[in-house]
Write a protein that binds this ligand. Structure first.
Ligand code: CTP
Ligand code: MG
Length: 545
């Protein structure tokens, strides 16, 4: 029945897209008009990068006098912004109004005296607050901003206290999304790394990509970084007198070899000289070579890549989709969280579906709604202006940057309906035959035999879920079906009454995040197992909680 429904939707969508084949004709825009909302992805990133250049990261003792600390720091220049967070102790990010203040502050810093060891004399913007802080008359514990997500048990209670499933999805996004402070810290870590890479490439920029900037990042997610050397290697020959002077440069066999050797030396520098950088691994033979390490002062797991411009563009694409309709981010956060608690995704690399793939699955589902909630990638390309043109390694990565040009259709589906139908859609999707294609907004015949085929939006010959094996896909489908069933059952969607204390039985989204019957019985065993009534199941699960 669900398959028929999906087919019917597909036919309707096809009919409607045949009528309005050009993105310019898509009907109504529902875009927020605030000036913050109008800023392009690149403008936002550039602003954050510039602020990071004016910032320092200071490790502080557990208790100290905040006012005294700020007074001391501001002797070197005006402070625009500051915040505290916890990671291996209390840390402060201080943003000055001018970069000159950092130079002034650094001039007053002393070299640490270490016993039995020797300090590597690399003077970075990572500092420590020292002195007679413990003897100060009025010590206080500073207010720290959220830096890691709340535990799932706490989240379940928070969700259960909401009045509707729609509110639950909004509450989940609110609880999990990266805070402004966390994003600032991520840009600062990139900037600190940039100072190290500048030893070899003074003009390089280290830019964050992936979930740090695509608007789907969850507190505690990894920090994907890209070493941008375009300022060094991307300059065009100047026209004019006919004469020009070029750099003499060493040449090697391929771009990949260049990337590998750059990452190798930068990785070495990070390992040997980078304060706070530990566990450096060079993974240079991967399809996309990278250096992985932990940045202790921020608590971030970092992946540094180079020559990975397409990934920045796909981050921008996801950001654009997240901005077009607020429901996109809410459903993506819910699906990512659901997948994580059911171990469909994992922080360990392997045959699991990744968060990136899950996000594309949600985008595709939104494109397939009737009326469509999101435009196709081809439509975004068609709306692009001349300055948006972007070809990377032969791939057309052009998308419109002025979001006000995008006209959206009127679709009033609730978050509850969307989440339920997401599970129905993928619980019945013909993964054996079809590939997910957000460029066209339509499923395509699978070009290769991989169990799950999701076309890379920009490098269209690649499958972003090539790593996923049949077992993992089967688990995803089984859990989609179970969650769709829980929705249809109705009972889990109803809010229960307050129980003893402040406890409300997990319901709605919270019920979907509870351990799965299918998982505990094994996917195959589940078919034979007779289900308990939903009310009994919730009671058992609640007791186990
Ligand atoms: N990427 C890609 N193709 C893949 C995997 C990743 O193009 N097969 C790009 C995407 O732009 C993705 C980014 O690399 O956003 C970072 O990948 P990853 O860290 O796996 O995903 P995130 O979106 O950052 O999500 P997470 O929160 O799990 O880190
Ligand atoms: Mg990531």
């Amino acid at each position: 029945k669900l398959c028929q429904k999906a087919d019917l939707q597909a036919q309707r969508l096809f009919a409607s897209s045949a009528v309005s084949s050009s993105a310019k004709e898509v009907k109504r825009a529902v875009l927020d008009d605030t000036s913050e909302h109008k800023k392009s992805f690149c403008a936002i990133q550039e602003e954050r990068r510039e602020r990071a250049l004016r910032s320092v990261l200071i490790s502080c003792p557990p208790k100290f006098n905040e006012k005294k600390f700020l007074d001391y720091i501001s002797k070197h220049g005006d402070i625009t912004n500051h915040f505290f967070y916890q990671s291996y102790g209390t840390n402060a990010v201080v943003e000055f109004t001018s970069r000159d203040s950092i130079a002034a502050l650094k001039r007053s810093c002393t070299i640490p005296s270490v016993q039995h060891e020797a300090a590597v004399p690399f003077k970075s913007r990572l500092l420590s607050l020292k002195g007679n802080v413990s003897q100060s008359s009025s010590l206080n514990t500073v207010r720290c901003c959220e830096h890691s997500p709340i535990p799932v048990s706490e989240l379940l209670q928070k969700l259960s206290r909401q009045e509707s499933v729609d509110e639950q999805l909004r509450c989940l996004t609110e609880a999990y999304q990266l805070s402004e402070e966390d994003i600032s810290l991520r840009f600062l870590v990139c900037s600190l790394l940039g100072d190290i890479a500048a030893a070899y490439f003074p003009e390089c920029i280290i830019r964050p990509f992936g979930s740090t900037v695509n608007s789907f990042g969850k507190l505690g997610c990894d920090l994907d970084m890209f070493l941008d050397l375009d300022g060094v290697s991307g300059q065009k020959q100047s026209k004019g007198s006919g004469l020009s002077i070029e750099y003499q440069m060493k040449s090697v066999t391929s771009d990949r070899t260049v990337t590998q050797s750059i990452l190798s030396v930068i990785g070495e520098c990070v390992d040997k000289f980078g304060p706070g950088c530990v566990g450096v691994q060079k993974i240079l033979s991967a399809r996309c070579p990278l250096v992985r390490f932990a940045h202790q002062p921020s608590g971030f797991q970092c992946d540094l890549t180079a020559n990975n411009r397409v990934a920045i563009k796909s981050s921008e694409l996801l950001f654009v989709y997240g901005r077009l309709d607020e429901r996109v981010r809410h459903v993506v956060f819910a699906v990512r969280c659901w997948a994580r608690v059911h171990s469909i995704t994992s922080s360990i690399p392997g045959a699991w579906i990744t968060n990136f793939s899950l996000t594309v699955l949600v985008l595709f589902f939104f494109q397939r709604r009737v009326p469509a909630i999101l435009p196709t990638l081809d439509q975004l390309r068609d709306l692009a202006g001349p300055s948006d043109k972007c070809i990377i390694e032969g791939n057309d990565c052009t998308i419109v940057s002025d979001l006000s040009k995008i006209k959206l259709e009127k679709n009033t589906d609730t978050l509850e309906k969307l989440l339920q139908e997401f599970f129905e859609f993928y619980g019945n999707f013909a993964f054996n035959r079809n590939s997910i294609n957000i460029r066209r907004g339509k499923e395509q015949n699978k070009p290769e035999a991989a169990p799950l085929h999701i076309q890379n939006p920009f490098e269209t010959s690649l499958n972003i879920s090539k790593n996923v094996n049949a077992t993992q896909l089967e688990r995803f489908v089984a859990l989609c079906r179970e969650s769709a069933w829980l929705f249809q059952e109705g009972e889990v969607i109803k809010r229960g009454a307050l129980q003893s204390g402040d406890l409300i039985p997990p319901w709605g989204l919270a019920a979907l995040l509870l351990p799965s019957v299918a998982e505990s019985a094994g996917v195959k065993g589940r078919r034979k197992k007779k289900r308990e009534p939903a009310s009994a199941r919730i009671r058992t699960l609640l007791e186990s909680l």
